[in-house]
Design a protein around this ligand. Sequence first.
Ligand SMILES: C[S@@+](CC[C@H](N)C(=O)[O-])C[C@H]1O[C@@H](n2cnc3c(N)ncnc32)[C@H](O)[C@@H]1O
Length: 248
Amino acid sequence: MTIATDPKKLWEDSFDEQIARGAYNAAPVEALVRNVAYYLRARHDKGSMHKLQALELGCGAGPNLVWLAQKGLRVNGIDIASNALRLARENLENAGYADLVGDLIEGSVDKTPFADASFDVVIESCVFQHIERPVRMAAFAEVRRVLKQGGLFVGNMLSTGHTTFQQKQAEQLKDDPGSLYLADGVSKIYLTNIGLSHFFSREEFGDLLTGFSTVDPLISTYYLPQEEAKRRGYDEYLQSMWTVYAIK
Ligand SMILES: C[S@@+](CC[C@H](N)C(=O)[O-])C[C@H]1O[C@@H](n2cnc3c(N)ncnc32)[C@H](O)[C@@H]1O
């Protein structure tokens, strides 16, 4: 079983299914918001948030952008899926933040149209883990390029401790260790049928975020409820994710 190799089609199909099932992510990702909130509290007054520019790489339906706008930041996003971007705009406008929306752009995270050093905060969640190695390298380089000096990057991505990687590591791609090609044909909304997934090890982040003054990857793990594990074809399913906190 293979799945679409065109990432735009893959993600637009995935979002069509997520929208039809009411299953797309509509909640800000806790690991991101805690880290961004910590950074903002330490460095910026509440009253000056509107001067800060934030960017989400692979913003999906925009729940993280809505949270950033709620904090008062000006928000920008890029996503490869046009249907996801439409939702992101709608969700921001419906939440009353149209005035804080900058650019919402259809495109790929490795080649963004944004100027050098133009953002105070750049985030990504569950995007860099699904792109091929050359695109992944270029995406991290984009983070470094578009962030201001002293700016914050927070990323949320799969770790090698994840059950799927632990069980299938013999199938790692030879030219991209840590990556699996997952296509079980069940549903495009699950990791097990999303094509390429990269499971990061702690050692990778030093190289990927070279030039940053702080690079602090923190791991979080939790078991899915048994019923959901079984639905995905596992007896036990350990989610294992890195939250990477980095300051340029
Ligand atoms: C798992 S979803 C996460 C969405 C969002 N970050 C969130 O936390 O709700 C992954 C997102 O990455 C987007 N994506 C995948 N590859 C991309 C690429 N090369 N460039 C831009 N966006 C991409 C998909 O369209 C999708 O919206």
